[in-house]
Write a protein that binds this ligand. Structure first.
Ligand SMILES: *Cc1c(COP(=O)(O)O)cnc(C)c1O
Length: 360
């Protein structure tokens, strides 16, 4: 067996120890005589799994007691509708457009409420984060929405926008658990886990309790109401059991790494190796303004389409997989999530050096 260095943007690399543990428990989960895939979501064994997972993520992120942690389905994309449907009071919200995911969320919200784009970096292909210190926030905005790390473009907010007292909602799919955050600054923090936390099929939504409607929302499907999911402790119906189980293992792994402060340090070290190389390279160029660079997704180009394609193909042969940039951007993108070992980034840079020497 040989594993490659997988730079996929998502679904993405998971810690090897987590996969091994899951493999060991596959046929007989801790004496139950069955796999987690085969057991009732109402069983004691699964109850322990989901409760332990919630406890661990609360500890890792320091989630205050007045926030619910929900394990949901439907991908990050379903949250694009769940957020406006549940937070709608005045029926107005402000969106900051920093990439395709923010734009999709904005467009989806527009189906249910009046969504305003109050800032955008589309003028420069989303290569920067707009100045969000004094935005024209709507007086009656129910919330302000951001995509905190832009998976496709490789930008990240280094400071949160000034929402002028309005509730902040953030999609953190591609920077989830990559560094500590102050949850109390957000009304909702949510992410699809398949980027940095677990297998596809689970969305974790951390929601301040006062934002969960107390009454049934007329016209809103039962499954899409935060209240339904919160009241049932994410077990209104069958949740994505196996995915939650793997997320739980990743939380344990993160704790064993020393928690989010320690993980942030590692992520900074890894990203520095790649960015430092890009900054002095004569062939490769990072596409994002320095101040807004993501620690997780690193897009770069040679400036020559054919050479980009050659690079991706040759990298694959060298065991460096999924380096092709998003189809809307081109070039390359290395996603270096929590589970990407430092050696993977070092190997990549080594390979880039060799490629540069041969193709100057
Ligand atoms: C991948 C991604 C999404 C979409 O996730 P799905 O789970 O496929 O709906 C949304 N937002 C961000 C930031 C992403 O990276």
């Amino acid at each position: 067996m040989s594993r490659v260095y997988n730079f996929s943007a998502g679904p993405a690399v998971l810690p090897e120890s987590v996969l091994k543990e899951a493999a060991e428990e596959m046929l007989d989960y801790r004496g139950t005589g069955m796999s987690v895939m085969e057991m009732s979501h109402r069983s004691k064994a699964f109850d322990d799994i989901i409760k332990e997972a919630e406890k661990d993520i609360r500890e890792l992120m320091g989630i205050p007691d007045n926030y619910k942690v929900l394990f949901l389905q439907g991908g990050a994309s379903l949250m694009f509708s769940m957020v406006p449907l549940n937070l709608k009071k005045n029926g107005v919200a402000d969106y900051i457009i920093t990439g395709q995911w923010a734009k999709k969320a904005y467009k989806e919200a527009g189906r249910f409420i009046k969504a305003n784009a109050v800032a955008s970096s589309e003028d420069k292909t989303f290569t920067y984060i707009p100045d969000c210190s004094d935005l024209p926030i709507s007086e009656d905005a129910d919330y302000v929405y951001i995509c905190e790390n832009n998976t496709i473009y490789g930008t990240k907010y280094k400071t949160l926008p000034n929402t002028k007292g309005k509730t902040l909602v953030a999609d953190v799919s591609s920077c989830f658990l990559s560094e500590p955050i102050d949850v109390s600054k957000y009304g909702i923090v949510y992410g699809g886990v398949q980027k940095n936390v677990g297998p596809a099929g689970v969305v974790i939504a951390i929601i301040r309790e006062d934002l969960i409607p107390e009454e049934d929302l007329e016209g809103v499907p039962t499954m899409l109401q935060f209240k339904t999911q919160a009241d049932a402790g994410s077990l209104y119906n069958t949740p994505p059991c196996y995915g939650i189980y793997i997320c739980g293992k990743v939380f344990k792994w993160l704790k064993a790494q020393g928690g989010l402060e320690a993980i942030k340090k590692k992520n900074e070290e890894k990203a520095k190796i790649l960015y430092d190389f890009l900054d002095q390279s004569e062939l490769f160029k990072g596409t994002v303004v320095k101040e807004d660079r993501s620690l997780m997704n690193v897009p770069f180009v040679t400036g020559d389409k054919d050479l980009d394609a050659k690079f991706v193909a040759e990298a694959k042969e060298a065991g460096l997989e999924n380096l092709k940039g998003h189809r809307t951007v081109g070039g390359m993108r290395a996603s270096i999530y929590n589970a990407m070992p430092k050696e993977g980034v070092e190997k990549l840079v080594e390979f880039m050096k060799e490629f540069e020497a041969k193709n100057k």
